[in-house]
Design a protein around this ligand. Structure first.
Ligand code: F6P
Length: 555
C-alpha cells in the first residue's frame, strides 16, 4: 500500500495559526462557564480511559478549526495508511505496524504482499510457551534449579516500555520471577545488579532489534562472562540466555540457541515494540494470560483510533490539544505527571516515544517545518513532584502545558491515602486553571491578622496567575487492559502529531552521529600517544589529557 499523497497545505496552516493570538486572550475558567457543551466536546471515553481536555486554552471554535485542519491534511487517510501497512517511514522505506502486534487472529495485514499476522501469532505463542515454562518451573538452569530472576539487557525501546510495564503491572499474575533491567554502559550497573543474583537461577534476555547497539552488546558480554565465571558451562549457556532481535544469525553466533531467539520485524519501531517479543520480560513477570490482556487493551484503543470520528477520537483530540497548547502558550515543553507509583517511569518512556519520534526539524519532503515540532517532554510522579518543581508550574514565567494521568488507586481504608492522592491531583489541575488573584491573597492574609504593610509586601509573592492548561487521563484501575490502552493512546497521539507536522515520526537519524563520534573518540582516550590529540583544538586537548590522567590514576 502506498502513502496517501495529500500534503499539508500551507494556506490551511496559515489560516489555523491566525487564531493563535486570539486564543492567548482566552480564560479557561471563563470558557468552562461560557461553553456549556464543553464537557461533551473536550471529554471522551476510549477503551477504559476517560480523557478530559476541557482545561485547555482552546475554545469550541478553535477546536472546530483544528478539526478542520486535520480534515484538510487528510489525517484520517494518513492514519488508515499507517494501520494498513503503507510504508509511511519513508526514509527507511518501512511500514509502521506495531498495531499488528496486538491484533487478534483472523485478519490479514500485508507488507510487500505477504501477510505478517501468522508470524506475529507464532512468535507470541513461542514467547508464551517459554514464559509458561519458566514461570511454572519446567525451564531449569544448568544446575537443575528453577529460574527466579530475569535480566533484560537492552536500551531505549528495548528497555523503557518493558520497565514501565513491569512497574505498572506489579501484582498482576502470580509472582514467579523478579525482573531486572541492565541498560547502562557504566560497569557499576551490572556490578550492582549481579550482586543480587544467583547465576544458576538467572535467565538473561538480550533484547536488541538491530543487534548493533553498543550498550546492549557490552552488557551481553558482561553477563555472559559472569555466567561462565559463576560456573555455568559453555554448553549450558543456552539455559540462561535468550534473545530478541531482527538479526537471528548474530544472536546465534553470540551463543544463543536458535530455538530461543525470538524475531522482531523492521516494521516495528524500537520505541513502539513493547507488544512484540521485546515484551518478554513483562510476560515473564505477569504471565502470558495477563500479557494478552494488555495487548487486548491496546487493541481496543487501536479500534477506537481507527473508527471513532475525529471529533470523538481520543488520540486525535489529544494530539490537536497538545499541539494547540504549545502554540498558544509558546511553551517548548510539556510536563507528564502520573499520579501513580506504578506509572512512575511513564515520563521517561514518553520522552523516547515523543522526542525520538517527533524531535525533527524538516518535513517529509525535507523542507524546514513551519511550526516547532516536539516539545521537551519531562515529568515525575505526583505527589512527589508537588514538592520539587510544581512551584515553577504555578508561578514560573512560562505556562507549561501539563498532563495529569490518574488511575484510581487501591483502597486505603486505614488512612485514606488513596483519597488524598486523587484530591491532590484534582487540586493541582484546578489551581493551575483558576490561580489565585491578588484580591483573594489580600483577603486571606488580612483574615490571618497580618499588618497592612505585611499584606502589601507579601501579596505579589502569593499570587498565582492561573489560566495554565492541563489535561487529565483518568482510569478506574491500572490493570493490564487499561495500561495497554494508555500506552496505545500515547503512541497514536505521537503518530497523529507527526501527521499534523507532516514529519516522519518513525525514523531517528539524530541519534546516529553521537554513536559514530564515540567510536572515533574512544581510541583517543585509549591511545597514550600524545600525537593522536594533535588535530584537536586546545580546549579539547586539555580535556582529553585531563581524562586520560584520571583514567590512569584509577589503576
Ligand atoms: O539509538 C536509538 C535506538 O535506535 C532506539 O531507537 C532504539 O529503541 C534503541 O536505540 C535500541 O535499539 P536496539 O533495540 O536495536 O538495540
Amino acid at each position: 500500500m502506498n502513502s496517501p499523497k495529500k500534503e499539508n497545505s500551507p494556506a490551511a496552516l496559515t489560516s489555523l495559526l491566525s487564531r493563535v493570538d486570539a486564543s492567548r486572550t482566552l480564560n479557561i475558567s471563563a470558557l468552562s462557564r461560557q461553553e456549556p457543551a464543553r464537557s461533551e466536546q473536550f471529554c471522551v471515553d476510549a477503551a477504559g480511559l476517560y480523557c478530559d481536555f476541557s482545561r485547555s486554552l482552546c475554545s469550541a471554535d478553535d477546536l472546530r478549526a483544528l478539526l478542520g485542519y486535520a480534515d484538510s491534511i487528510g489525517l484520517a487517510a494518513k492514519r488508515d495508511a499507517m494501520l494498513h501497512g503503507a510504508k509511511i517511514n519513508s526514509t527507511e522505506h518501512r511500514a509502521v505496524l506495531h498495531t499488528a502486534l496486538r491484533q487478534p487472529p483472523g485478519q490479514s495485514i500485508l507488507v510487500d504482499g505477504a501477510d505478517v499476522m501468522p508470524d506475529v501469532h507464532q512468535t507470541l505463542n513461542r514467547i508464551a510457551a517459554l514464559s509458561d515454562r519458566v514461570r511454572n518451573g519446567q525451564w531449569l538452569g544448568a544446575g537443575g534449579q528453577r529460574i527466579t530472576d530475569v535480566v533484560n539487557i537492552g536500551i531505549g525501546g528495548s528497555y523503557l516500555g518493558p520497565e514501565l510495564a513491569c512497574d505498572a503491572l506489579q501484582g498482576f499474575g502470580q509472582a514467579a520471577v523478579r525482573v531486572h533491567f541492565l541498560s547502562s554502559l557504566d560497569p557499576s550497573a551490572w556490578q550492582q545488579i549481579s550482586q543480587r543474583l544467583d547465576a544458576n537461577r538467572t535467565l538473561a534476555i538480550v533484547a536488541s532489534k538491530s543487534w548493533k547497539t553498543l550498550e546492549t552488546a557490552l552488557g551481553a558480554l558482561a553477563v555472559r562472562d559472569w555466567l561462565l565465571a559463576q560456573g555455568i558451562a559453555h554448553q549450558s549457556l543456552r539455559k540462561h540466555l535468550v534473545a530478541v532481535s531482527t538479526n537471528i544469525a548474530a544472536a546465534t553466533e553470540f551463543g544463543i540457541d536458535e530455538a530461543n531467539v525470538f524475531p522482531i520485524w523492521d516494521w516495528v519501531g524500537g520505541r513502539y515494540s513493547l507488544w512484540s517479543a521485546i515484551g518478554l520480560p513483562v510476560m515473564l513477570q505477569i504471565g502470558s494470560v495477563q500479557f494478552r490482556t494488555m495487548l487486548a487493551g491496546a487493541h481496543a484503543m487501536d479500534q477506537h483510533f481507527a473508527r471513532a470520528p475525529l471529533h470523538r477520537n481520543a488520540p486525535v483530540l489529544h494530539a490537536l490539544i497538545s499541539w494547540w497548547q504549545n502554540l498558544v502558550t509558546g511553551s517548548r515543553s510539556e510536563a507528564i505527571l502520573p499520579y501513580s507509583y506504578g506509572l512512575r517511569r511513564l515520563p521517561a518512556y514518553l520522552q523516547q516515544l515523543s522526542m525520538e519520534s517527533n524531535g525533527k526539524s524538516v518535513d517529509l519532503q525535507g523542507q524546514p517545518l513551519a511550526t516547532a515540532s516536539a516539545p521537551v517532554t519531562w515529568g515525575e510522579p505526583g505527589t512527589e513532584a508537588q514538592h520539587s518543581f510544581f512551584q515553577l508550574l504555578h508561578q514560573g514565567s512560562d505556562a507549561i502545558p501539563v498532563e495529569f494521568i490518574l488511575p484510581l488507586p487501591q483502597r486505603d481504608a486505614t488512612h485514606n491515602s488513596d483519597l488524598a492522592l486523587v484530591a491532590n491531583c484534582l487540586a493541582q489541575a484546578d489551581a493551575l486553571m483558576r490561580g489565585r488573584s491578588a484580591d483573594e491573597v489580600r483577603a486571606s492574609l488580612q483574615q490571618q491578622g497580618l499588618s497592612a504593610e505585611a499584606v502589601r509586601q507579601r501579596t505579589p509573592h502569593m499570587v498565582y496567575p492561573g489560566n495554565r492548561p492541563s489535561s487529565l487521563i483518568l482510569m478506574n484501575h491500572l490493570d493490564p487492559a487499561t495500561f495497554g490502552a494508555l500506552v496505545a493512546l500515547y503512541e497514536h497521539r505521537t503518530a497523529a502529531l507527526g501527521m499534523l507536522w507532516n514529519i516522519n515520526s518513525f525514523d531517528q537519524w539524530g541519534v546516529e552521529v553521537g554513536k559514530q563520534r564515540a567510536t572515533s573518540i574512544q581510541p583517543l582516550i585509549e591511545n597514550p600517544d600524545e600525537s593522536v590529540l594533535q588535530g584537536l583544538d586546545a580546549a579539547n586537548q586539555a580535556l582529553f589529557k585531563r581524562i586520560r590522567a584520571g583514567l590512569q590514576a584509577r589503576q
